[in-house]
Design a protein around this ligand. Structure first.
Ligand SMILES: *[C@@H]1O[C@H](CO)[C@@H](O)[C@H](O)[C@H]1NC(C)=O
Ligand SMILES: *[C@@H]1O[C@H](CO)[C@@H](O)[C@H](O)[C@H]1NC(C)=O
Ligand SMILES: *[C@@H]1O[C@H](CO)[C@@H](O)[C@H](O)[C@H]1NC(C)=O
Ligand SMILES: *[C@@H]1O[C@H](CO)[C@@H](O)[C@H](O)[C@H]1NC(C)=O
Ligand SMILES: *[C@@H]1O[C@H](CO)[C@@H](O)[C@H](O)[C@H]1NC(C)=O
Ligand SMILES: *[C@@H]1O[C@H](CO)[C@@H](O)[C@H](O)[C@H]1NC(C)=O
Ligand SMILES: *[C@@H]1O[C@H](CO)[C@@H](O)[C@H](O)[C@H]1NC(C)=O
Ligand SMILES: *[C@@H]1O[C@H](CO)[C@@H](O)[C@H](O)[C@H]1NC(C)=O
Ligand SMILES: *[C@@H]1O[C@H](CO)[C@@H](O)[C@H](O)[C@H]1NC(C)=O
Ligand SMILES: *[C@@H]1O[C@H](CO)[C@@H](O)[C@H](O)[C@H]1NC(C)=O
Ligand SMILES: *[C@@H]1O[C@H](CO)[C@@H](O)[C@H](O)[C@H]1NC(C)=O
Length: 458
């Protein structure tokens, strides 16, 4: 069959892309290579502050003291805190501006399993409460607030959250506060996270929130496939974000873009936009490769994802929302995706539910518009697409272009659509009736122009 050879050539093309991280290709793509390797004029080792890398000694104070000391270099080009080979047990600590936290290849930062080492902090204003439980939440292992120019990097050193204690507490419903992330940076500008491995996060692994100018490159994120809500990377109410060349294998969404929750997200009104994702390989048992929502009340727009390979997963691409969310998801372009052994290739959910409290406005309907799925190829797909909009709030200009899915399941129909409107062109199996308009000119399917982010200077 003709599409089979097209499938194979695109598979090869994308695998080359994914396996050669330094590939700098399509002019339309925004991620530029970082020069974050630029050395800070001053560097100290964590051992100068009494840290012991035996995996047993608690080094929270050493991290805090080292970072406090490095304050004085912030206006002199900043400083580097070096973590040499060893196992460095620590509780939560906070970064400062103009700081590079740099891990040696054989350095492992290990999160304490004593919950008291993870302080309690306020909920995010755009969520109004902890994501899992009302009230406050635990602070992430590596935290940042109000920072500029911060780099977390290494020669593939590891940051291990030792999440299993948290997963157990979550499963047996004995947590008092929402679980912490491995890395959370709030209100920060100019963030680079690169060349590291993140394992066993208690909750989401990397959470930039209210940030801009964020580059996440060449990181590996691992957690057991059955660990609860261990999302990989969650850009949240953040702009100008580039995520590239990552391998992610976790229990929930690999990369998921968010922007606040129901009435809190609506009133905080901080969107996520200009998000670029490229060269991602990964698997997730309960989540999606690339997702948006379900918290999207501040709006999500200008998302450009390409060169994504998702295998052995529940969902390929997913958009989640609900009445009560308000906000919007628009101008989303996802292209050049390979899926293998994925149960649902594309899912749009308009009734996700999950509200922070009873004060949400059920009439706050999300506006979902101009979502393009282009050049999506799948093998061993269970179900091509389940696309549910909201009654009285059709999701519009949904465009499927070059979507070829070899669905092995016996489900019929392969596309199940409601309250959506849009287009399809070269889609197999034949798409649902609601999306069968043929795009008559290129403008109906959203395809972003070159809006290169200026991330090269980070
Ligand atoms: C955050 O930064 C702003 C402006 O630089 C400053 O006014 C504010 O006090 C800072 N807040 C905290 C908690 O550091
Ligand atoms: C990715 O990280 C590894 C390990 O740190 C390093 O050897 C490699 O050069 C990095 N690749 C890129 C493109 O930065
Ligand atoms: C980094 O280390 C992880 C875990 O040891 C490994 O799976 C991955 O392949 C390494 N990445 C690079 C780029 O060397
Ligand atoms: C819940 O899990 C924690 C961590 O494994 C364990 O210490 C605790 O005994 C469990 N509680 C219940 C009620 O099962
Ligand atoms: C939750 O709070 C109760 C009461 O303060 C305390 O006994 C329990 O240890 C706490 N549980 C956790 C997981 O922190
Ligand atoms: C990652 O490591 C490689 C190899 O050491 C280096 O060339 C590159 O600049 C680093 N990337 C980032 C984004 O730090
Ligand atoms: C679809 O998959 C089946 C089972 O793997 C295979 O036999 C068939 O050739 C594939 N069809 C196409 C068009 O690739
Ligand atoms: C389509 O999906 C809806 C859920 O959104 C389900 O209730 C319905 O049974 C499905 N229809 C078919 C024909 O599979
Ligand atoms: C919404 O979509 C449905 C099909 O699901 C269609 O019948 C209806 O006319 C659309 N409503 C509006 C207001 O366009
Ligand atoms: C394409 O179709 C839309 C309606 O689906 C119409 O409004 C528009 O004028 C058409 N454009 C061209 C170039 O025919
Ligand atoms: C998004 O990128 C475009 C093009 O580079 C730029 O004009 C726009 O200001 C950016 N938006 C935000 C919120 O930074």
């Amino acid at each position: 069959m003709r599409w089979r050879s097209a499938f194979i050539s695109v598979v090869l093309l994308t695998l080359v892309t994914v396996e050669k991280p330094q590939w700098v290709g399509a002019q339309s793509f925004h991620c530029k290579h970082s020069k974050s390797g630029a050395l800070r004029p001053h560097s100290v080792s964590i051992t100068e502050f009494g840290a012991v890398g035996d995996g047993v000694t608690l080094n929270t104070k050493a991290f805090q003291n080292a970072i406090f000391y490095l304050h004085s270099f912030a206006d002199k080009g900043g400083a580097q805190l070096f973590v040499p080979a060893g196992k460095w047990l620590t509780g939560s600590f906070s970064l400062i501006s103009h700081l590079t936290l740099s891990l040696d290849n054989d350095a492992i930062i290990i999160g304490s399993t004593d919950l008291d080492d993870w302080p309690i902090i306020d909920p995010l204003p755009s969520y109004g409460r902890g994501r899992e439980l009302p009230g406050n939440r635990h602070q992430s292992l590596i935290h940042g607030y109000n920072l500029t120019d911060v780099v977390i990097t290494g020669g593939n050193g590891t940051i291990d959250g030792q999440g299993s204690i948290w997963w157990d507490l979550f499963k047996n419903n004995t947590l008092n506060y929402t679980r912490p992330h491995l890395v959370e940076l709030m209100y920060s500008i100019g963030v680079v996270i690169s060349n590291l491995t993140f394992t066993n996060s208690p909750f989401w692994a990397i959470h930039p929130v209210y940030c801009s100018q964020v580059l996440i490159q060449n990181v590996t994120i691992l957690a057991p496939l059955d660990s609860p809500n261990t999302d990989g990377i969650d850009p949240d109410s953040s702009t100008n974000v580039c995520i590239k060349d990552c391998y992610i294998s976790t229990g929930d969404d690999l990369i998921v873009i968010k922007s606040g929750w129901d009435e809190y997200g609506i009133s905080f009104a901080r969107p996520s936009s200009n998000i670029s994702i490229k060269g991602i390989l990964g698997q997730t048992k309960f989540g999606a490769g690339i997702a948006i929502g379900s918290e999207m009340s501040g709006g999500v727009s200008e998302v450009h994802a390409e060169g994504i390979h998702i295998f052995n997963s529940l969902y390929g691409i997913r958009i989640k929302t609900s009445p009560g969310r308000g906000g919007y998801v628009r101008n989303i372009y996802i292209s050049n995706v390979i899926m293998t052994d994925v149960k649902y290739a594309i899912r749009i959910t308009g009734q996700f539910g999950e509200h922070p409290d009873d004060n949400y406005d059920p009439n706050a309907l999300p506006y979902i518009n101009r979502i393009t799925f282009k050049d999506i190829y799948g093998e061993h797909i269970g179900f091509a697409g389940l696309l549910e909009g909201i009654k009285g709030d059709n999701f519009s200009d949904i465009c499927l272009s070059g979507v070829l899915l070899n669905a092995t399941g016996s489900e019929d129909p392969q596309w199940n659509c409601s309250y959506v409107e849009g287009y399809s062109y070269q889609v197999y199996p034949v798409s649902c009736q609601l999306l069968q308009q043929v795009p008559n000119d290129s403008s109906v399917c959203y395809a972003p122009a070159d809006n290169c982010m200026k991330l090269a200077s980070l």
